[in-house]
Design a protein around this ligand. Structure first.
Ligand SMILES: Nc1ncnc2c1ncn2[C@@H]1O[C@H](COP(=O)(O)OP(=O)(O)OP(=O)(O)O)[C@@H](O)[C@H]1O
Ligand SMILES: [Mg+2]
Length: 407
C-alpha cells in the first residue's frame, strides 16, 4: 500500500466530522446516573441493603432477568450510592463485586473477593489469598476468618453472572458463604446473586436455594416504547445534534424490542450504526445503517457463542446439521456416533435434550413441532446459523480435529 494512500486515510480520520461526541457513553461499562423504568427495582434493592447502614445483615437476594434488562446497571448504581452514604455517615461497609463469568474459575472468584476486600494488603502472608496455590477450602476459610475474627466486617458480596460459577464449580462456594453466618460471632456476609438464566435456581442444592433466595426479584424485558426513551436519553449524551433522528432511534428500539427487550442490544445497534455512518463520512445516521448493524451484530454474537460453547454442545450442533429429519431421537443417534468419531464419551439423552433447549433459547436453532397426520407429531430441529459461521467458529477446537463440515 502506498504511503500516499495511508496518509490520506489518516488525514481523513482527523479532518472528517465525528458523529459521536462521547464514545464512552456507548460502551458496555458505562452506567448512566438515571435508569428510567427501573425505579421500583432500584428502590426495593436499596431498601433491602439499607439495613447494613444500621449494622444489621441484609437478606440475601437473587436478581433474575433476561440479558440487557438492567440488572448490573441497577445494582452498580445502588452500590455506588450506598458507598457514598456509608462514607458520609462514617460507617464501614464492604461490598465486593465479582463477575463470575469474567473471573472464569471458582478459585479466581475467591481471589477477586479477597482482593476486593483488601485481604491481600494484610502484612501476614498466611492471611492472604494468593493468586494460586491454595485449596478452595483454605481460600474460603481465610476470607471468612478475615470477615469475622480479624475485622468484624459487614460484607455485602455481589456475584454477577452467578450461574456461570455454578456451571463451572457447583454450588460449594455459595453454600459456604450463605451458611457462614450461622457460625460467625463478629461480622456478617450477605449475598446478592445476579443471573440471566431463569432456570438457574434448579441447579442449586435445596439448602443453598432457600438461603440464597431469601428475597428474589425479576427484571422484565423492556417494551419497545421504553427502549425508545432509553435510547433517546443515551443519544443526547453520545451524539452531536441532529446526528440521530427519531426514526433511527425507533428502528433500533423496534429491532431490539422484537425479541428480548434488551437495552444492551438497542444501544449496540445505535453505536454500530453510527460507526458505519462515520466510515461513510456522512453527517447523520440513516435507517439502512441500523439494518447493516443488526446483521453485523447477529453474525458476531452467533460466532462468539458458538466458539465458546462446550465440546458436547458443539457436537450437538454438528449432529443437528447432519441429521436428516431433525427429530430429537435422530439427533441423539448422530450425536452419539460423532462422539465415537471424536473419541468422546457421549452424554445422556436427557442432558442432550437440555442442551437442545438451551440452543433454542439462544436462537441458534429453531424447533418446530410438525404434524405427521395420523402418525402423530414430531419435532423438527433446524440450525439458524450459516454453515460458514459454524465452520469458522469451530475450526480452532483441537477436540474436533477430525471435523469435516463439507458434507
Ligand atoms: N433503564 C435503563 N436506562 C438506561 N440504560 C439502561 C437501562 N437498563 C439498561 N441500560 C443499559 O443497557 C445495557 C445493559 O444493561 P445491563 O448490563 O444492566 O444488563 P443486564 O441485565 O445486567 O444483562 P446481562 O444479564 O446480560 O448481564 C447497559 O449499557 C446499561 O447501561
Ligand atoms: Mg449483567
Amino acid at each position: 500500500m502506498s504511503d500516499d494512500l495511508l496518509d490520506s486515510i489518516f488525514e481523513k480520520a482527523v479532518s472528517g466530522r465525528t458523529l459521536i461526541k462521547n464514545r464512552r457513553t456507548l460502551t458496555i461499562d458505562y452506567v448512566p446516573d438515571k435508569l428510567p423504568f427501573r425505579d421500583e427495582e432500584t428502590k426495593t434493592i436499596a431498601q433491602t441493603l439499607s439495613v447494613v447502614l444500621k449494622g444489621a445483615r441484609p437478606s440475601n437476594l437473587l436478581l433474575f432477568g433476561k440479558p440487557g434488562t438492567g440488572k448490573t446497571a441497577v445494582i452498580k448504581n445502588v452500590v455506588q450510592r450506598l458507598h457514598q452514604k456509608a462514607k458520609e455517615l462514617g460507617i464501614e461497609v464492604t461490598v465486593p463485586f465479582v463477575n463470575a463469568k469474567t473471573a472464569n474459575t471458582g478459585y479466581k472468584v475467591l481471589y477477586e473477593i479477597a482482593e476486593n476486600m483488601g485481604i491481600n494488603r494484610e502484612e501476614e502472608k498466611k492471611l492472604q489469598v494468593h493468586f494460586t496455590g491454595l485449596s478452595m477450602g483454605e481460600a474460603t476459610d481465610r476470607i471468612l476468618d478475615f470477615i469475622q475474627k480479624k475485622k468484624k466486617l459487614h460484607v455485602v458480596l455481589i456475584i454477577d453472572e452467578v450461574d456461570s460459577l455454578v456451571d463451572k464449580n457447583g454450588d460449594d462456594i455459595l453454600y459456604n458463604f450463605t451458611r457462614a453466618n450461622e457460625q460467625m460471632s463478629g461480622g456478617f456476609i450477605s449475598l446478592i446473586g445476579i443471573s440471566n438464566s431463569l432456570t438457574f435456581k434448579d441447579k442449586l442444592d435445596p439448602r443453598v436455594r432457600s438461603s440464597l433466595s431469601e428475597e428474589e426479584m425479576v427484571f422484565n424485558p423492556y417494551k419497545v416504547e421504553q427502549l425508545q426513551k432509553i435510547l433517546a436519553e443515551r443519544a443526547k449524551l453520545a451524539f452531536n445534534d441532529d446526528v440521530v433522528s427519531s426514526a433511527v432511534i425507533n428502528l433500533c428500539a423496534a429491532m431490539a424490542g422484537r425479541e428480548n427487550g434488551d437495552a444492551r442490544k438497542a444501544i449496540d445497534l445505535l453505536r454500530v450504526a453510527a460507526e458505519i455512518a462515520e466510515r461513510e463520512r456522512l453527517d447523520s445516521v440513516e435507517e439502512r445503517h441500523v439494518r447493516f448493524a443488526l446483521e453485523k451484530i447477529e453474525k458476531d454474537t452467533n460466532y462468539e457463542v458458538l466458539k465458546n460453547s462446550t465440546t458436547h454442545t458443539k457436537i450437538v450442533i454438528l449432529a443437528i446439521m447432519k441429521s436428516k429429519n431433525g427429530n430429537t431421537g435422530e439427533v441423539y443417534d448422530v450425536y452419539s456416533s460423532l462422539c465415537n468419531n471424536f473419541e468422546h464419551e457421549p452424554l445422556t439423552q436427557r442432558r442432550i435434550t437440555q442442551i437442545i433447549s438451551e440452543l433454542d433459547q439462544l436462537g441458534l436453532i429453531t424447533s418446530d413441532v410438525v404434524s405427521k397426520g395420523r402418525y402423530g407429531r414430531s419435532q423438527r430441529i433446524k440450525i439458524t446459523v450459516p454453515t460458514l459461521t459454524v465452520r469458522e467458529a469451530f475450526k480452532d477446537d483441537p477436540s474436533l480435529s477430525t471435523l469435516d463440515l463439507a458434507d
